[in-house]
Design a protein around this ligand. Structure first.
Ligand code: GRG
Length: 305
């Protein structure tokens, strides 16, 4: 099932240059928000390296595009800070995910992983400091109401915590190498991936002062999007050129291992279609987010098929 957007395309986003502009703004603001230490300050250096290394910046882009679709000014400085906080949280999770007692990865974003560059002690401490920074950035985001900032902190906290990334990672580590049902794999994928997408979308909704009904639809969108995203990540595992170790999932009970790549591609398209429907229900006017997701996934699927 392919996602078809028949209405008019956002003219700004039809140009790759608008996405580049937003990505540049995120990178520049991240650089301002991260500490610059002395040469001896390895923690600051590791925080900067882990965050500023060339990631795709999907989550911050999504936050700004969705908020724009929901009626918020895409260039609102507070929005940029929320977007950077989500990226810092994501970067902290990747730094921890890569350490030897977890995935023991050598390569991330085309570079040696943080513990390979700085040592495991520095990687762990830098991830904790980065996460702490992220919450500070949300709490101090410029031009947003106190209520908005407080609720944004709560969203991020829920996404990271015991019923979020931490739980997803724990299940993946403890159950990922044993036989699992497709439902069990999808549940873990939701905790590992969808929950941070949900926090991203809920923060966009908070900045745009969206209604509870819209927030609920965005939650459905995030769940489907997270599933699609994780399936793409699994499909990419056997390919070189991703900037990560290849065949890291060997021996792991992923949906690709259970169902095969073709069935996973079909599932992915179904999740994407469903995500697109949820977003269009949440937001009838805006097309930027839908267009971005459709283009991005099409490109990625073409690469990994
Ligand atoms: C303290 C924040 C924190 C988390 C602790 C370690 C951990 C719990 C969670 C890790 C969960 C994890 C690794 C999920 C994987 C999600 C995923 C698909 C990552 C890849 O994201 P991309 O493709 O990466 O957006 P880039 O590098 O492009 O940003």
């Amino acid at each position: 099932m392919t996602v078809t957007i028949s209405a008019n395309v956002d003219p700004l986003l039809s140009q790759e240059s608008e996405l580049r502009r937003l990505r540049d703004a995120v990178n520049q603001r991240l650089s301002q928000l991260l500490p610059v230490g002395s040469e001896r300050d390895r923690i600051s250096e590791a925080m900067r390296e882990g965050t500023l290394a060339p990631g795709k910046r999907i989550r911050p882009l999504l936050l700004m595009l969705a908020a724009g679709d929901l009626g918020c000014d895409r260039n609102h400085p507070g929005l940029l800070d929320l977007a950077c906080a989500v990226e810092m949280t994501h970067a902290a999770s990747l730094m921890l995910d890569d350490i030897p007692c977890m995935d023991d990865a050598a390569l991330r974003r085309g570079r040696p992983t943080i513990h390979r560059q700085f040592g495991q002690d520095v990687a762990i401490l830098a991830a904790v400091a980065l996460l702490s920074n992220a919450f500070g950035v949300v709490a101090g985001a410029a031009g947003l109401s106190d209520t908005c900032r407080t609720q944004a902190v709560a969203e991020l906290s829920a996404a990271v915590g015991l019923q979020g990334l931490v739980q997803g990672q724990f299940r993946d580590l403890r159950e990922g190498n044993a036989a699992r049902s497709a439902e069990a794999i999808a549940d873990t994928n939701e905790l590992k991936t969808s929950v941070l997408f949900n926090a991203t979308l809920q923060m966009a909704a908070l900045a745009a002062n969206a209604s509870p009904a819209v927030k609920s639809k965005l939650n459905c969108f995030a769940r489907e999007l997270g599933q699609a995203f994780q399936l793409l990540d699994d499909l990419a595992d056997g390919h070189s050129g991703t900037g990560k170790d290849t065949n890291k999932d060997e021996g792991k009970s992923t949906l690709v291992a259970l169902l095969g790549a073709e069935a996973v591609r079909q599932r992915l398209r179904e999740h994407l279609h469903s995500a697109d429907q949820h977003f269009s229900w949440a937001c009838q006017q805006g097309l930027a987010t839908r267009q971005f997701m459709q283009t991005w996934f099409s490109q990625q699927l073409a690469t990994f098929s």
